[in-house]
Design a binder for this molecule. Structure first.
Ligand code: BG6
Length: 478
């Protein structure tokens, strides 16, 4: 059967400023938290350094130099037929330290040119305000988002760019994958979400609930303000959705799955409903957490609920309490541990490939919130081989095609309201998690390796023509 997508469907592509732009210290840009992250590798963690050290390699400093190549890249996006392009504004281009009164005009002018070029080529910008790019100074001086002063700095930054681009950008999102940090246990996530580094002696969970709640308050204030700046703005949240299935039909596995998912839903529950969910209030009370918030902040949460739910989807997971299984223990439910799902395969980086999980996620999230949904990231990170100036990437096409089919089924069979689809890394970029260039997602290859060597030349992969065809037809066969 053939399924048609709505005429208004936003077929696009997604990246983030720090993973593409490079030019890390050009035109007055300040150091961001991404600028102090070294290259790691497949299974090797990136280091977060105190300032920029002379003998370290920081892959985001040059990235793919989109800052100077965007004109030619946008021509390729146009050739693909993109209707939307998702990127972020690098906060430290606009406010180099994050706490200034006056913005950096050169940074603002750069995004004027970028958005003008997109619009002139018929491509709608979809803009994330904070995609792992908090000014480093806000960590050094204020300790990141555990400090309530960052709420005001974020609101000031957002107001500045929303006013400046109010006739150029309609679709906004506040904090990228705000729920990555949910358990507070992973330095990379607390750092990139919140510019927070926790000590072993800290109660990590409590601190990160505080940072996350401060971001949710900041986000709500920005949604309310944005609506005043331009009532036509569509302002969404951005979540990482990794559905965690019960590994068995044992009732404890089902309950463990609910508890694990609550921790992830905590963020979108507040973004969408404007109040702190009962399960969280109950949890904080039981654990004696003193999360700080005022009545004025609770009112702000209510006033600034989002218009749509943007999210990334790459994989699913599974949880079990069965004693005979082995896996990493998690605190959400007694004896719960994360395990591999035997019914799905995984990428070279161990990410479980589960297209039906996308349809499942679309259903669950739409039922939970009844708001339009926007898949703003989905894609397949893989090693590509350059042969005779060609890249044959059938594995990427297969991954994306299966996910697009499930998306189509969610629209046509389940009645989900889906606004668009912007696959991740439309062009090869620096991996967020590993800092590698060779974990490639793009339809456009960039000649650069993990050590930073290469001409930066762009080449179309086989997936380029395939995606062009999907967009042109605006339908799939399932
Ligand atoms: C999401 C992020 O976590 O996944 C992106 O929003 C990131 O910034 C993407 O690049 C893929 O992750 P990775 O580690 O493969 O780059």
């Amino acid at each position: 059967m053939k399924i048609k997508f709505p005429d208004s469907f936003l077929w696009g592509g997604a990246v983030a400023a720090h993973q593409v732009e490079g030019a890390w210290d050009v035109d007055g840009k300040g150091v961001s938290i991404a600028d102090v992250m070294t290259a790691g590798g497949n299974g090797i963690a990136r280091k977060i350094t105190q300032g920029i050290l002379p003998n370290e390699y920081y892959p985001n400093h040059e990235a793919i130099d989109f800052y100077h190549h965007y004109q030619e890249d946008i021509q390729l996006f146009k050739e693909l037929g993109l209707k939307a392009f998702r990127t972020s504004i690098a906060w430290s281009r606009i406010f180099p330290n994050g706490d200034e009164e006056q913005p950096n005009e050169a940074g603002l002018a750069y995004y004027d040119q970028l958005f003008d070029t997109l619009l002139a080529n018929g491509i709608e910008p979809v803009i994330t305000l904070s995609h792992f790019e908090i000014p480093y100074h806000l960590y050094e001086v204020y300790g990141g988002f555990t400090n309530k002063k960052l709420i005001d700095f974020f609101v000031h930054y957002a107001e500045t760019v929303m006013k400046r681009y109010k006739h150029k950008v309609k679709y906004w999102m506040t904090f990228n994958e705000i729920n990555n940090q949910a358990d507070g246990q992973h330095d990379l996530h607390t750092w990139t979400n919140s510019a927070v580094l926790l000590e072993e002696t800290d109660n990590k969970e409590e601190k990160i609930f505080q940072a996350g709640l401060n971001e949710l308050i900041a986000s709500a204030k920005v949604v309310a303000l944005g609506k005043k700046i331009n009532p036509d703005f569509q302002i969404g949240c951005m979540m990482a959705y990794v559905p965690v299935y019960p590994y068995s039909c044992h009732p404890d596995d089902m309950m463990a799955s609910v508890k694990v998912m609550d921790r992830r839903f905590f963020y979108s529950d507040i973004h969408v409903r404007g109040e702190i969910p009962a399960y969280a209030v109950n949890d904080w009370e039981k654990k004696g957490y003193k999360i700080q918030y005022s009545q004025e902040e609770l009112d702000a949460l209510k006033e600034g609920t989002v218009d749509y739910v943007g999210f990334s989807y790459y994989m699913s997971g599974a949880v079990t309490t069965l004693p005979e299984t082995k896996g990493a223990a998690i605190p959400d439910y007694p004896n719960a541990k994360m395990v591999n799902n035997p019914y799905v395969q995984a990428s070279d980086w161990g990410w479980q490939i589960d297209p039906v999980g996308l349809r499942y996620t679309l259903n669950v999230v739409y039922e939970r919130y009844q708001l339009p949904l926007f898949i703003v990231e989905n894609g397949f990170g893989a090693y590509d081989k350059l042969e005779d100036h060609q890249i044959h990437d059938p594995y990427r096409i297969a991954y994306l095609e299966e996910h697009i089919k499930q998306m189509a089924l969610a629209i046509s069979e389940d009645g989900v309201d889906l606004m668009g689809y912007t696959p991740w890394g439309i062009i090869d970029i620096v991996s967020f998690g590993s800092g590698e260039m060779e974990k490639r997602y793009g339809f456009i290859y960039v000649d650069k390796d993990n050590q930073g060597n290469g001409s930066l030349k762009r080449l179309k992969k086989d997936s380029f023509a395939w995606y062009q065809g999907i967009i042109a037809k605006n339908e799939v066969s399932v």
